[in-house]
Design a protein around this ligand. Structure first.
Ligand SMILES: NC(=O)C1=CN([C@@H]2O[C@H](COP(=O)(O)OP(=O)(O)OC[C@H]3O[C@@H](n4cnc5c(N)ncnc54)[C@H](O)[C@@H]3O)[C@@H](O)[C@H]2O)C=CC1
Ligand SMILES: NCC(=O)COP(=O)(O)O
Length: 306
């Protein structure tokens, strides 16, 4: 079978992404044909700073964005602009069907903001580019967590839980993630509201689950789970897929358990996009630190497997 073709956006060049790309090129090339959304000049600059060789078959492309001086670990407008342009190029290649899928290396959200990018992250941007309700799901085959709300301030979470939006989310999630066993849906409040004593959002969640079950014709979603026990080992034994009401409700337990191996997948889009689950790791960028590559390798593997 021929290898799938994948475009890698290089993320924030002041961070660890380009080290991961250079160090793992030979490994991932065995599974997929890979092109990198970085130009030769910036690649040579990064490789020199990392003291790493550039593999002979490392395919680059020109005219991504303005060149700039890489400053390891620094949040910069220039690096943010390059990271965004690299991502946009990868998306264009996917949209034009020149490649089969994209894998994104990590960007820095403040650097995007400094560069005038209106999006909080890749998923947010993809939602707009494709006018589709992209779903952010992170994890590994042992445990995936999809996020109903993601990059919004915590104080806005409760007000975002509405029946229509959650019903749509559950239906889209079921159709695109295709879970084969019951999905654990988390409540929002302590003790899932304790029958209204500690909050009432669970009533909305229950109604959305009921609506989704009617539409889907299958009772695939659990009743709202008590969040503080949902990830204990005995409860985890019942679920491979969870739906969290907000970012840290799902990602704190997920990363505590599976940070190294976890990936990020964008569901419900016309293109396939995967990513590492970690960020730019500015604290260790260009310092000769041995990185964990598992998330990156798994993000690419997900594409060759799907
Ligand atoms: N896919 C993406 O584009 C993502 C971007 N981010 C962004 O990255 C920036 C930095 O985020 P942080 O919260 O500091 O999280 P981070 O994941 O960059 O770092 C957290 C800790 O994990 C370590 N770490 C991360 N990846 C590692 C690897 N592959 N090997 C070894 N150690 C590793 C770092 O050194 C740090 O100590 C933020 O702007 C955040 O929004 C965060 C997650 C995903
Ligand atoms: N917490 C996940 C994250 O920050 C990555 O988001 P995205 O760039 O995949 O939208």
């Amino acid at each position: 079978m021929s290898r799938k073709k994948v475009a890698i956006s290089v993320g924030d060049l002041n961070g660890i992404g380009i080290q991961l790309a250079l160090e793992n090129h030979t490994t991932i090339s065995k599974e997929v044909e890979v092109v990198y959304c970085i130009d030769r000049n910036m690649l040579e600059q990064a490789a020199k700073k990392l003291n790493l060789p550039i593999p002979a078959d490392f395919q680059t492309m020109e005219d991504i964005a303005e060149h700039f001086e890489i400053e390891p670990g620094v949040v910069s407008k220039e690096s943010g602009a390059y990271a965004y342009a690299s991502f946009v190029r990868a998306v264009e290649l996917a949209r034009n069907k020149e490649i089969d899928a994209i894998t994104t290396l990590p960007i820095h959200k403040k650097a995007w903001e400094l560069a005038g990018v209106a999006y909080k992250g890749h998923t947010d941007a993809l939602r707009d580019f494709f006018d589709a309700e992209a779903i952010m799901m992170l994890g590994s085959p042992k445990m995936y967590v999809a996020l109903f709300t993601e990059h919004i301030p915590l104080k806005e979470v409760a007000g975002s839980i509405n029946e229509k939006a959650l019903t749509r989310f559950l239906i889209d999630f079921y159709r695109t993630a295709k879970p084969s066993t019951e999905v654990g849906v988390l409540g929002l409040n302590p003790h899932a509201g304790d029958d209204g004593v500690l909050g009432t959002e669970e009533r909305i969640i229950e109604k959305a689950i009921e609506n989704a079950h009617k539409e889907l014709g299958t009772e695939i979603f659990s009743a709202p789970l008590v969040p503080d026990v949902a990830f204990t080992p005995r409860v985890r034994a019942n679920y491979t897929h969870y739906i969290a009401m907000y970012h840290d409700q799902g990602l704190a337990p997920l990363k505590a358990l599976y940070f190294d191996e976890g990936i990020n997948v964008s569901l419900n889009l016309p293109i396939l996009r995967t990513s590492v689950d970690h960020g730019t790791a500015f604290d260790i960028a260009y310092k000769g630190v041995e990185l964990s590559s598992l998330s990156y390798l798994n993000a690419v593997k997900y594409i060759s497997d799907n």
